[in-house]
Write a protein that binds this ligand. Structure first.
Ligand code: ATP
Ligand code: MG
Length: 272
């Protein structure tokens, strides 16, 4: 097993966010984490990345307990793409991608580090952005740069927190296809995604969070059952099976929508 999460419990300010969470991811699998806003996906990913410490429970990565890994070892084992990234300096795209090599660099980046960064830019298809200041990029371009940075890190395990949230459909498919290929080459991936239609197309394994716990679908082979998904997302959903894959869509006619925001007072726009 590449990742073992065993009985992890965590809370912020005594408020529980994850309770007795356990799951395993086999090496070379693409696991997808699903759940509503605030269900604890980012928190769980940060715990596996070693950025937060669980109150109890253990994490093992590539056969070793996470807490015994020194930071350079951890960076070579686990790559992490955060949900939000606040750039501080006006680094060029190339320099941002090179920061992915930090665990390998002793003093200054060498020729091979630059080659690896260049290859990561090529793989993601963003070589044309290489010399642009990162701070001037669009949201989707930044997300692709951060993905290239994780690739340059060459980790065994990649944790991605909503990696496609800013991407157009073509780039979503491209990035997820790339991840799939990387798993076929032995890399292990855990990604938080919101769209079950996209998730079901690419994932090998699905982990659902609800009320701070893992929710287990009645049928593990096909976890897209309408009732189960409707309970996960608290909205009525319907699933149609098409060639073994689900097509999931909302049932709007029975949905009680909450009242919308009031909005600004109306103004008279007729020319005087
Ligand atoms: P989203 O889909 O919106 O990204 P999520 O599933 O990633 O949500 P988390 O970010 O893990 O959810 O948050 C889980 C809960 O913990 C939420 O109720 C959130 O308000 C709370 N939380 C997250 N970070 C902190 C923090 N630093 N301090 C206190 N509470 C926090
Ligand atoms: Mg999140």
């Amino acid at each position: 097993m590449a990742v073992i999460v065993d009985d992890v419990t965590f809370g912020y300010h005594q408020r529980p966010v994850l309770q007795n969470v356990s799951f395993e991811i086999d090496q070379g699998r693409l696991a997808i984490l699903l759940g509503r806003n605030g269900s604890g996906k980012s928190t769980l990913i940060k715990i596996i990345a070693g950025l937060l410490s669980a109150v109890s429970g253990t994490i093992r990565v590539m056969g070793r307990e996470l807490k015994v890994l020194r930071s350079a070892e951890r960076a070579k084992t686990i790559g992490y793409l955060p949900q939000f990234h606040q750039p501080v300096f006006q680094y060029s795209v190339e320099d941002v991608v090179l920061t992915g090599r930090v665990a390998y660099i002793w003093n200054a980046p060498g020729h091979s580090d630059r080659q690896i960064a260049q290859r990561a830019l090529q793989t993601v298809g963003i070589e044309h952005l290489r010399d642009r200041p990162y701070t001037e990029l669009s949201g989707g371009e930044r997300q692709l740069v951060m993905f290239a940075r994780v690739l340059a890190q060459e980790p065994d395990i990649i944790l991605l927190d909503e990696p496609v949230s800013h991407l157009d459909l073509a780039n979503q498919i491209q990035l997820l296809t790339m991840l799939k290929r990387m798993t076929q080459a032995g890399c292990t991936v855990l990604a938080a995604l919101h769209d079950p239609n996209i998730a079901s197309r690419f994932g090998d394994q699905f982990i659902f969070l609800k009320n701070s716990r893992i929710a287990s679908p009645p049928n593990r082979e096909f976890p897209w059952d309408s009732d189960f998904l409707s309970s996960i997302y608290s909205v009525q959903l319907e699933t149609i099976r098409s060639n073994g894959k689900p097509l999931i869509f909302p049932v709007l006619e029975n949905t009680q929508l909450p009242p919308g925001p009031k909005g600004p007072p109306s103004i008279d726009l007729t020319p005087s």
